[in-house]
Design a binder for this molecule. Structure first.
Ligand SMILES: CC(C)(COP(=O)(O)OP(=O)(O)OC[C@H]1O[C@@H](n2cnc3c(N)ncnc32)[C@H](O)[C@@H]1OP(=O)(O)O)[C@@H](O)C(=O)NCCC(=O)NCCS
Length: 149
């Protein structure tokens, strides 16, 4: 079965119950495994970002945060898919939806700090690494980017 046929993406409002659900997902998938927690100051900085949520049969399965930057660049952050939904095409659909939103809002370059473990995932979607490996949240990362058109 192609699970992505039953996926629905929505931009959710900052501080809404739907956005808070994305924080639970981010915490579970991105923070807890590293022994980290979000501070309210960190989350408050995301007020002007796009918060994207992906739902499978009405249940949240994936999310991403898009942070507008200078020169029509936009940073994709906090990309996460619940473990039970991983490797079924949802991440790929999430990135494509993020790119669509970025283009619709006038951005022409998407970039991210990709965890080394996720680099092959982004490469399949046309992202290239720029520069050397670096450390963030105590794990290796690469800067990756893609021109949008
Ligand atoms: C990385 C992540 C977002 C990918 O989402 P996903 O739904 O599992 O990925 P998809 O099923 O859409 O995979 C798309 C393609 O990338 C490949 N891929 C996905 N994760 C991969 C990985 N870790 N290593 C190698 N290839 C990977 C898939 O095999 C698939 O290739 P195919 O189309 O040839 O079969 C998800 O696994 C996740 O949330 N991981 C934990 C958090 C994380 O690392 N987030 C990214 C931080 S930068």
């Amino acid at each position: 079965m192609d699970i992505t046929e039953n996926l629905e993406f929505k931009l959710v409002e900052f501080n809404s119950p739907a956005q808070k659900e994305t924080i639970v997902l981010r915490d579970e998938i991105l923070r807890k495994p590293l022994g980290l927690v979000f501070t309210s100051a960190q989350l408050a900085k995301e007020k002007d970002d796009f918060h994207l949520a992906g739902y499978y049969e009405g249940r949240i399965a994936a999310c991403a945060v898009l942070q507008p930057c200078e020169d029509q660049k936009i940073k994709m952050r906090q990309v996460a898919v619940y473990e039970s939904f991983q490797r079924r095409g949802i991440g790929q659909a999430l990135i494509k939806e993020s790119e669509k939103i970025a283009i619709e809002n006038g951005y022409n370059l998407m970039y991210c700090s990709a965890r080394k473990t996720a680099v092959p995932f982004y490469k399949k979607l046309g992202y290239i690494t720029v520069g050397d490996e670096f450390e963030e949240v105590s794990i290796p990362h690469f800067y990756m980017e893609k021109k949008l058109s």
